[in-house]
Design a binder for this molecule. Structure first.
Ligand SMILES: CC(C)(COP(=O)(O)OP(=O)(O)OC[C@H]1O[C@@H](n2cnc3c(N)ncnc32)[C@H](O)[C@@H]1OP(=O)(O)O)[C@@H](O)C(=O)NCCC(=O)NCCS
Length: 221
């Protein structure tokens, strides 16, 4: 069911089913991920390959990975992995959400919001969520630029898209943290062969790639 939001003329989805991913969902989720990211950040995309590889990686957190189903069809997905904050004397366990996807025809109707809240409500025992993403997608949940929470990238820099939210109050108070994501995010061979198992699709430029390039290069002071 959709409810009309008259203030902004958008329809919020109200009867979404959020549930853990099962093996029979795998290909559908990969197709959905490819559809949502295709040509968005670069010509083509590799996020469906990342999803495929992540499921067998030790950092994968299946208990914090969910599909969103609407009228029996998977329309959204959030995948979560282990990450860490490295301090001068200690380490903190954190989680990283991503990829997060909503079917292009269902975006801006609150599905992504329900998926993110579902993870945040269940992420017990972790100090924080640390992600790399477009700030505009995450600030409304309370994510802040990581620098404001005392977190830098591994190389000490402060990317605009490095974002974090504290889960355990006061957990980050020492500051001086460096974010370490799972090595599953490192580039590997095999994307072209994997992508060839999906229907052919043209790679092309679109303006969102320019925005992505700006966000990747931008750092905060
Ligand atoms: C990002 C994505 C998962 C958000 O899911 P969604 O269902 O469209 O998002 P929601 O409708 O739940 O919106 C949640 C909030 O995110 C923000 N947001 C989402 N899309 C946005 C956009 N295009 N521009 C600005 N803010 C956006 C807004 O704050 C929004 O809240 P609001 O509608 O009250 O303003 C979805 O748009 C998507 O799959 N995009 C392509 C893949 C992608 O970019 N993934 C994230 C990589 S960082």
């Amino acid at each position: 069911m959709v409810r009309r939001d008259r203030s902004c003329e958008r329809s919020e989805v109200t009867d979404l089913v959020l549930r853990p991913e099962t093996p029979t969902d795998h290909r559908t989720v990969e197709e959905l991920t490819r559809d949502a990211f295709w040509n968005l950040q670069v010509p083509g995309c590799d996020e469906h390959f990342l999803v495929h590889r992540m499921r067998t990686h030790p950092d994968f957190l299946p208990e914090l990975t969910f599909v969103a189903e609407l009228e029996g069809r998977i329309v959204g997905y959030v995948m979560t992995s282990r990450s860490r904050l490295i301090g001068a004397h200690d380490e903190l366990p954190t989680i990283t959400m991503g990829p997060i996807v909503v079917h292009p025809e269902r975006q801006r109707r609150g599905i992504g919001r329900q998926l993110v809240h579902h993870v945040l409500e269940r992420a017990k025992g972790y100090a924080a969520v640390v992600i790399l993403g477009h700030p505009h997608n995450y600030v409304s949940y309370g994510f802040r630029n990581a620098k404001d929470l005392g977190i830098a990238a591994e190389d000490g820099s402060h990317p605009l898209g490095l974002l974090a939210i504290e889960l355990a109050p006061g957990a980050l108070k020492n500051g001086g943290w460096r974010a370490r994501f799972s090595d599953v995010f490192e580039p590997v061979e095999g994307l072209d062969a994997f992508d060839a198992t999906f229907p052919p699709r043209a790679k092309a430029w679109q303006p969102s790639q320019e925005l992505f390039a700006m966000v990747v290069r931008a750092h905060v002071t």
